[in-house]
Ligand binder design. Structure first.
Ligand code: EPS
Length: 403
């Protein structure tokens, strides 16, 4: 189905992504890609780099007259900062010596990177492991969103906590109650109005205060965020194999985002402490469709989508680069030293939530194509509507329900 690869170093010339598997005749708006790229760059607590960059998608292949061709889609995102790094990131070897980095930062890929790839300069692993790479994922994730929007599926997110500061009342409870028809993108639009992407004003003020303090101290913060997909039909994913389960694919994709240390679906860890009667979602029939009284399962049962919103909760650890560094070892002399300081962000949880949206869009688009796949949008639309309108009639027929 959808396969994609990203390439590019943080301070290299550009980032790029090449994706295959999107059908033909999908309408593409470059403005929409740029809109999500801009959302990823935002958030209070980011460092100086985001003042240098202004990420824009440069489409190289796969699209003609604003529609996909079914051929590989390639998108480039220029690194504005590259101009300041042409020597350090030179493709060709230089006559002059370039300063090597020998002090690893705990929590970053510095030590594991040089260990694994046999480098004599930590710069070689910093560049690719940087979260800058996620701009390429957001670019292709935006294409996945445009695909999903054609079928009424929307994706959104908001930040639940930063530095342990939670809202007085969690909005997630209303998601689990399934008490209103949720449009995931509307949640995102509300979150986007906050500089830290939270839904609670008082919480926002407290978080900003804490980030200011952390900046002064030269420390960093992590946090948690919810990512939601609404309008997802029942039947995506499968319970047949470990690698066909939708929740497994979602968890893997979120874990692949830089600095993510925890992922759960629906009530997740909390459900481990509840009774079965308080954990599962009672089945109802509203006269037209099956639904549930609640959505504690987060829209997935047995690896298959239930038709209710998919709810993913993820935890991001604090950024590893500290201006008041913790202990490390200088690899050039094995002496105990403080870890290296380097320009970085203090908090990137708001950006991370936008990246979560992109990964969720890609995973759902992939599962959608697996179920309804065809070469063109028209073919997929037929497959989809045929399935949807026959769900209840088929159950009635199979179970011999009298009219
Ligand atoms: C990052 C370090 C910072 C971040 C970067 C991730 O960049 P720099 O080293 O250039 O100051 O700003 O994130 C991005 C550039 C981005 O686009 O998100 C790191 O070390 O992982």
């Amino acid at each position: 189905m959808i396969r994609f690869l990203t390439a590019g170093e943080s301070h290299g010339k550009a980032l790029s992504v090449i994706a295959e598997g999107f059908p033909s005749n999908l309408k593409i708006s470059v403005e929409k890609i740029n809109f999500h790229l801009e959302r990823r760059q935002a958030g209070y607590g980011r460092g100086m780099r985001m003042k240098i960059e202004s990420d824009k998608a440069d489409i190289i292949s796969g699209i003609r007259f604003n529609k996909t061709l079914g051929s590989p889609i390639t998108i480039l995102i220029k690194n504005n900062d590259w101009e300041n790094w042409t020597e350090i990131m030179s493709i060709n070897s230089l006559d002059k010596a370039i300063e090597k980095i020998s002090i690893p930062r705990p929590g970053h890929t510095d030590l594991v990177g040089v260990t694994k790839y046999n480098f004599n300069d930590i710069r070689n692993s910093i560049e690719r492991s940087s979260a800058r790479e996620t701009a390429a994922r957001v670019a292709i994730g935006s294409v996945a969103r445009m695909f999903l929007e054609e079928f009424g599926i929307s994706i959104g997110s908001y930040v639940e906590s930063i530095g342990g500061i939670f809202p007085k009342e969690s909005f997630a409870e209303s998601l689990f109650r399934n008490d209103k028809s949720i449009n995931a993108w509307n949640i995102s639009e509300t979150a986007d109005k906050s500089v830290v992407r939270v839904l609670d004003k008082i919480q926002e003020e407290k978080i900003i205060k804490k980030i200011k303090l952390v900046k002064k101290k030269g420390d960093t913060l992590g946090g948690t965020f919810y990512t939601i997909a609404s309008g997802v039909p029942p039947g995506l994913g499968s319970y047949i194999q470990y690698d066909t389960k939708l929740d497994a694919a979602i968890a893997a994709s979120f874990m692949s985002i830089n600095a993510i240390k925890g992922v759960s679906i629906g009530k997740g860890f909390e459900s481990a402490d509840s009774f079965g009667s308080e954990s599962h979602d009672e089945i109802i029939f509203d006269g037209i469709n099956f639904s549930r009284k609640t959505n504690r399962a987060g829209g997935i049962e047995g690896g298959v989508s239930t038709g209710l919103p998919i709810i993913v909760y993820a935890a991001m650890k604090p950024i590893a680069t500290l201006m008041s560094p913790i202990q490390s070892i200088d690899l050039s002399n094995f002496k105990t030293v403080s870890a290296r300081r380097e320009r970085s962000d203090f908090v990137a949880v708001p950006a991370c939530s936008v990246i979560g949206e992109s990964m969720l869009a890609l995973v759902i688009a992939n599962a959608f194509l697996k179920k309804f796949g065809g070469d063109s949008m028209e073919e997929i639309r037929d497959n989809y509507s045929n399935y949807i309108k026959k769900i209840v009639p088929r159950i009635k027929k199979n179970f011999r329900v009298k009219k």
